[in-house]
Design a protein around this ligand. Structure first.
Ligand SMILES: Cc1cc2nc3c(=O)[nH]c(=O)nc-3n(C[C@H](O)[C@H](O)[C@H](O)COP(=O)(O)OP(=O)(O)OC[C@H]3O[C@@H](n4cnc5c(N)ncnc54)[C@H](O)[C@@H]3O)c2cc1C
Length: 291
């Protein structure tokens, strides 16, 4: 994970607080075999301080066979801070139901925390901790160009971030380019028939959204970042060489190599891209939330 703290065991799980599930809703269409759910949680801590781009820790019941009391996993907050009618902090998270294949036995195991969360029902309670992580900052200069790249559930923090920019930041004039990668069109979160939040910014002169899909999703072929980014190479290069531009990334770690490869083409060579990326990173203008 690339946001400063690299091991979950380094995270403090105190204080912990209870949260209650207000609603749970599948946000991938029925035709998709990916189960991604949006959970709305009311938190029993009136002054929970959290910022756009942060994550909460969920303490799912651990596996006693592994001597685990809790199974800690992090989830990005997927919307702006809100309050329930009773004044409790209300947060939304988007959770993808995961499973993994044991490389020795070949058996498929359900991911502990994601399945626990996806199976919760309204009025169930859970234990959470945090918030954690560096926030994606709104630049002080409101004409800064922003390149936001989210794959899979990595789009969740950008849903909150883009809403914040257009709702709460007066005089925002910087171009916002949102790149959303997913296995197929059915898995484009917040850009599908179930929920299409990003459509509301189409009228904003500064906002543009682009999507990249896997050419053969059933063969698990990687997302075609390369094609999507190189098709816009000239404009993208102009943004990437602007001294103020910021690039924010969120989603699965495997996205980093694919993006580096594609951006090397955009920049003209791997060496040119390595230099440019190093400049962005040194200036704190390349921020990753990868997992
Ligand atoms: C800062 C941060 C923010 C995160 N935000 C989100 C979020 O908004 N939504 C979300 O769904 N997840 C998010 N995650 C991932 C999440 O914390 C868990 O790792 C994920 O839900 C799997 O946990 P689990 O307990 O179900 O699986 P475990 O029982 O821990 O099993 C883990 C196994 O599942 C596989 N796996 C783990 N994560 C994924 C994944 N996302 N896709 C495919 N396979 C995976 C791996 O092969 C791994 O071996 C975030 C992670 C971090 C570090």
């Amino acid at each position: 994970m690339s946001i400063g703290i690299s091991h979950l065991s380094d995270y403090s799980i105190e204080p912990r607080y209870q949260a209650t599930v207000v609603s749970t809703e599948r946000i991938t269409p029925d035709a998709s075999d990916e189960d991604v759910r949006e959970l709305v949680l009311d938190v029993d801590r009136p002054n929970l301080p959290y910022e756009i781009g942060q994550s909460i820790g969920v303490l799912a019941p651990g596996d006693p066979a592994l001597g685990e009391e809790h199974h800690l996993r992090l989830y990005s907050v997927a919307d702006l801070p809100e309050r329930s009618d009773a004044g409790r902090p209300r947060i939304k998270i988007a959770v993808r139901r995961c499973s993994y294949i044991d490389e020795f036995t070949g058996e498929r195991h359900p991911g502990i925390s994601s399945n626990y969360l996806c199976d919760l029902r309204p009025a169930d309670t859970l234990t959470i901790t945090g918030p954690f992580g560096l926030a994606f900052e709104v630049p002080e200069d409101h004409d800064t160009s922003l390149i936001l790249v989210g794959s899979g559930t990595g789009i969740a923090p950008f849903r909150a971030f883009v809403k914040h920019l257009y709702r709460n930041v007066p005089g925002w004039t910087g171009p916002v380019w949102l790149f959303h990668g997913a296995r197929s069109g059915l898995e484009l979160l917040y850009m599908n028939d179930r929920k299409n939040d990003f459509a509301q910014y189409c009228d904003e002169a500064t906002f543009q959204a682009f999507t990249a899909l896997s050419p053969r999703p059933s063969w698990a072929e990687p997302i075609a970042w390369h094609q999507m980014l190189t098709e816009r190479a000239d404009d993208l290069l102009a943004l990437l060489t602007d001294a103020k531009t910021r690039v924010y990334l969120a989603g699965l770690e495997e996205m980093r190599d694919h993006l580096d490869e594609a951006l090397a083409k955009v920049a003209g060579s791997p060496e040119k891209w390595t230099r440019r990326k190093a400049e962005l990173m040194a200036g704190g203008r390349w921020v990753e939330l990868l997992y």
